[in-house]
Design a protein around this ligand. Structure first.
Ligand code: ADP
Ligand code: TZP
Ligand code: MG
Length: 259
């Protein structure tokens, strides 16, 4: 993580009302600089200044999505990575329309979602309950199909994470089930992936895989410390782990496999 801490990338987060504070604290913990900005009058300027842009549609509105498109287009002009988290895709037709609109107008570098959300973007129905996945599907098959259809990098998260561009694929088996019992861990992960892509633009798949593995090992460490207490302690220990665990220390625990 020393490189990330040294480079201290600025991450423009357009995220949801639930996870804003957690996302900002998590990004600070890994050594990035978060900034949240939503107004159409300023998002293009903020996106131009940023090293990566996160578009998370967890609590969408017409106005914010318009603003996201402005920001996304400004980032595209500069070649800045844009990460999309399609939170709750498939839960309502409004959400589906907003995601389709973003995909139509912005060149997305990477989409990160749980299996239900990624399947919903591909047109499957009944794959989410609110913001949570409701399907048990092979994430590798799903991720590859999504990458081919959407022509972008795909990260499907869950018990096992997958990153693929359709031809190069890597799986990551780090993490802990308690990540699903704290709200915002998927959303923060979108920000963390944005930071990893910001500082490593040459091999984006490798950068994303390292971000996922590091995040998973931090969760494993947090669980080891908080398991006899509960999920509130886990959340705190997780932020502590993100701020104290070096990539060098974490690396020997990575369970990453190139397929
Ligand atoms: N059963 C599980 N075991 C281990 N890690 C998990 C499990 N489910 C999710 N995770 C991890 O939790 C984080 C958030 O993923 P996920 O729960 O799929 O996203 P979301 O919160 O958007 O639904 C990821 O780091 C993922 O690897
Ligand atoms: C609960 C909820 N409702 C709308 S956005 C959101 C947060 C989802 O966060 P995550 O997918 O990271 O758990
Ligand atoms: Mg999510």
């Amino acid at each position: 993580m020393s490189t990330l801490r040294q480079q201290n990338p600025l991450i423009h987060c357009m995220t949801n009302l639930v996870v804003t504070n957690f996302t900002a604290n998590g990004l600070l913990a890994i050594g990035a600089s978060p900034v949240m900005a939503y107004a159409k009058e300023e998002t293009h300027e903020m996106a131009e200044a940023a090293d990566a842009l996160l578009l998370n549609i967890g609590t969408p509105s017409e106005t914010v999505v318009e603003s996201m498109i402005h920001a996304g287009q400004a980032a595209n002009k500069k070649g800045t990575p844009v990460i999309l988290d399609p939170v709750g895709a498939g839960a309502t037709s409004f959400r589906n329309e907003m995601i389709a609109r973003i995909l139509q107008h912005v060149d997305i570098t990477l989409i990160r979602g749980n299996a239900g959300e990624i399947a919903a973007i591909l047109g499957e129905v009944g794959t989410v309950k609110g913001v949570d996945a409701q399907i048990k599907t092979d994430p590798v098959v799903l991720a590859k199909r999504a990458a081919e259809e959407l022509k972008t990098l795909i990260v499907v998260t869950g018990e096992q994470d997958v990153v693929t561009d359709g031809s190069r694929t890597v799986t990551i088996k780090n993490g802990h089930e308690w990540l699903t019992r704290v709200v915002g861990t998927g959303c923060l992960l979108g920000g963390v992936l944005a930071a990893y892509l910001a500082i490593n633009r040459d091999d984006k798949i490798k950068a994303a895989a390292e971000g996922l593995a590091y995040y998973g090992v931090a969760a494993e460490r947090a669980y080891a410390k908080a398991s006899d207490r509960g999920v509130a302690s886990f959340q705190l220990e997780f932020l502590d782990a993100l701020s104290t665990l070096s990539e060098e220390e974490a690396e020997s625990f990575y369970r990453m496999e190139w397929l």
